[in-house]
Design a protein around this ligand. Structure first.
Ligand code: AR6
Length: 183
């Protein structure tokens, strides 16, 4: 666990499985079709139970589509949370297809949705850095900057935590957080 103070708010990183850590809102790394998948998306639907997919189907229909860079909300089923925010990060296509802006938008939209719900705590995985192939160091800089900028503005969020699944990703986030602290 490591953290950075931003005014009276906290930007934190920790290692672990995002499905086991209590938060008002848990962010999922979803796909545009909102149909579930592997990685953290699979873990969230498994741990949360079938009500999350049922709600996605009911609220957004069989042809549901969430644009890259955006997000939608459901309840959290059996997860230790009130809401799951299903955010869609970009597939890495070499970096010149607007990936940094789209990744920042996925985090920004998630934070804004959480704040509109009155959430005080939120957890994130490292969106796009698994199946979607976004290089970890670049994704980390974008992710931390986007969430830091949100916490520096008007929001109900008091604490935002990145939950890193692997030791490698934790170390990359730790270095990037230290760089933000020095900046
Ligand atoms: N807790 C926290 N982080 C996790 C967990 C977990 N339980 N499991 C995996 N990660 P990925 P993407 C990390 O592939 O790249 C799905 O099929 C993982 O180590 O889950 O945004 C969706 O349906 C990695 O660092 O998401 C989409 O189709 C990070 O979460 C697609 O994958 C993100 O990896 C989205 O790809």
């Amino acid at each position: 666990m490591d953290e950075l103070r931003i005014g009276d708010r906290i930007l934190a990183i920790t290692r672990g499985d995002i499905t086991t850590i209590p938060a008002d809102a848990i962010v999922n790394a979803a796909n545009s079709a909102l149909v579930g998948g592997g990685g953290v998306d699979g873990a969230i639907h498994r741990a949360g139970g079938p009500s999350i997919m049922a709600e996605l189907r009911e609220r957004y229909g069989p042809n549901r589509h969430c644009p890259t860079g955006s997000a939608v909300v459901t309840g959290a089923g059996n997860l230790p949370a009130h809401w799951v925010i299903h955010a869609v990060g970009p597939v890495w296509r070499g970096g010149r297809a607007g990936e940094p802006e789209l990744l920042a938008a996925a985090y920004r939209t998630s934070c804004e949705l959480a704040s509109s719900l009155g959430a005080r705590t939120i957890t994130f995985p490292a969106i796009s850095t698994g199946v979607y192939g976004y290089p970890l160091e670049e994704a980390t800089r974008v992710a931390l900057a986007a969430v830091r900028d949100h916490l520096a503005g008007t929001t109900t969020l008091e604490r935002a935590t990145f939950v890193l699944f692997s030791a490698d990703s934790y170390e990359v986030f730790e270095r990037a957080l230290e760089a933000l602290r020095q900046a």
